[in-house]
Design a protein around this ligand. Structure first.
Ligand code: PBG
Length: 329
């Protein structure tokens, strides 16, 4: 017998065979492109820490959505940047609010794109927290009632999926109950079941002007040191009726994506967040890394961990590369 008898490299020598034994592949069907919609008309502002991503009014956004559809990306996720913010987040559930108007316009112009709405309050609150604040605390149950109202107004305006991202207790159940009672029992809830209190959201908060005016989000978002608690959050959201689970951020939490996939039988999404985008953009801008290779490796690692759906600001680039590679990366 020669040494060694088992040679894993046999399967790596031929590029055709390498393709045949690949365990995971990324297709455009996996991608969701997040977009920031600001109120009004004819405004399009770049976000310095997120090159290529804009805060834009719906007239401009419609052009980009056309591009997204042409690239074969099936879904977008909308974040609203209202003109007015107040302590009740009243523009979040206003039928004439920025997201509700955007939904109407998108549905009027396109039938093929799936629209997911971020169901949260922080972008609409003058203090930037994800719930109603009393005595410097985010109070749970009245905030959840408000979130259900926001979800309902988004469903009424044409949202295909609502995605609560607040991390308050009981919101999936409350949203499900209100949607069902108002004739929207067919609208799925994609819950950010496990959202960590993360510094990787920095650029997003700059984009959405939603950094908390005081304190932090540690009383509702999860501690990054915890994974057993993630299981508790996942189980709760499944029990409350979540149709799809989201883990966020993605890269520093791939172990949690993997656990969510093993523990449940519903689809798992992962959010490749703004800080993850900014770091790759900054380093590739300096010529320190190869952007295409790094993004491809990053997205496939999220897939390999178990994500069925990936939210990423790189969706358009990835879709172009997928096309060039004949369908999958
Ligand atoms: C707000 C929300 C945040 C993100 C998505 N929804 C920010 C936060 O919780 O502070 C972050 C997304 C990103 O960083 O790309 N509910």
């Amino acid at each position: 017998m020669t040494f060694p008898s088992i040679r894993p490299r046999r399967l790596r020598l031929n590029p055709v065979l390498r393709k045949m034994v690949r365990e995971n592949a990324l297709s455009t069907n996996d991608l969701v492109y997040p977009m920031f919609i600001s109120e009004g008309k004819n405004k399009k502002d770049g976000i310095p820490s997120m090159p290529g991503i804009y805060r834009q009014t719906i007239d401009h956004a419609l052009n980009e959505i056309e591009e997204v559809i042409k690239l074969g990306i099936p879904a977008i996720c909308l974040f609203g940047i209202p003109d007015g913010k107040d302590p009740e987040a009243s523009s979040a559930f206003d039928q004439d609010g920025v997201i509700q108007v955007a939904l109407t316009e998108i549905k009027k112009n396109f039938s093929e794109i799936l629209v997911i709405t971020d169901t949260c309050l922080c972008e609409y609150m003058n203090h930037g927290h994800c719930g109603i604040v009393m005595k410097n605390q985010v109070i749970n149950d009245p905030s959840v009632e408000l979130l259900a109202k926001v979800a309902l107004s988004q469903a009424r305006a044409g949202a295909d999926i609502v995605a609560p991202s607040d991390m308050l207790d009981g919101r999936v159940e409350a949203i499900r109950w209100v949607l069902d009672n108002e004739g929207f029992e067919h609208i799925p809830i994609m819950s950010y079941a496990v959202k960590y209190a993360s510094a990787f959201y920095g650029p997003f908060r700059e984009a959405a002007q939603s950094a908390p005016a005081f304190g932090d989000r540690n009383s509702y978002q999860m501690d990054s040191a915890n994974s057993r608690e993630a299981i508790k959050e996942i189980s709760l959201d499944v029990a409350e009726g979540a149709d799809i689970l989201m883990i966020k951020p993605a890269l520093a939490y791939l172990d949690i994506v993997s656990k969510a996939k093993e523990l449940t039988d519903i689809p798992v999404a992962a959010y490749n967040v703004s800080g993850e985008y900014a770091m790759i953009k900054a380093a590739s801008d300096k010529g320190w890394i190869d952007e295409r290779k790094i993004v491809t490796e990053t997205l496939i690692s999220i897939k390999r961990a178990g994500a069925d759906i990936i939210f990423t600001y790189f969706a358009k680039e990835a879709a172009r590369w997928i096309k060039e590679e004949n369908g999958t990366l």
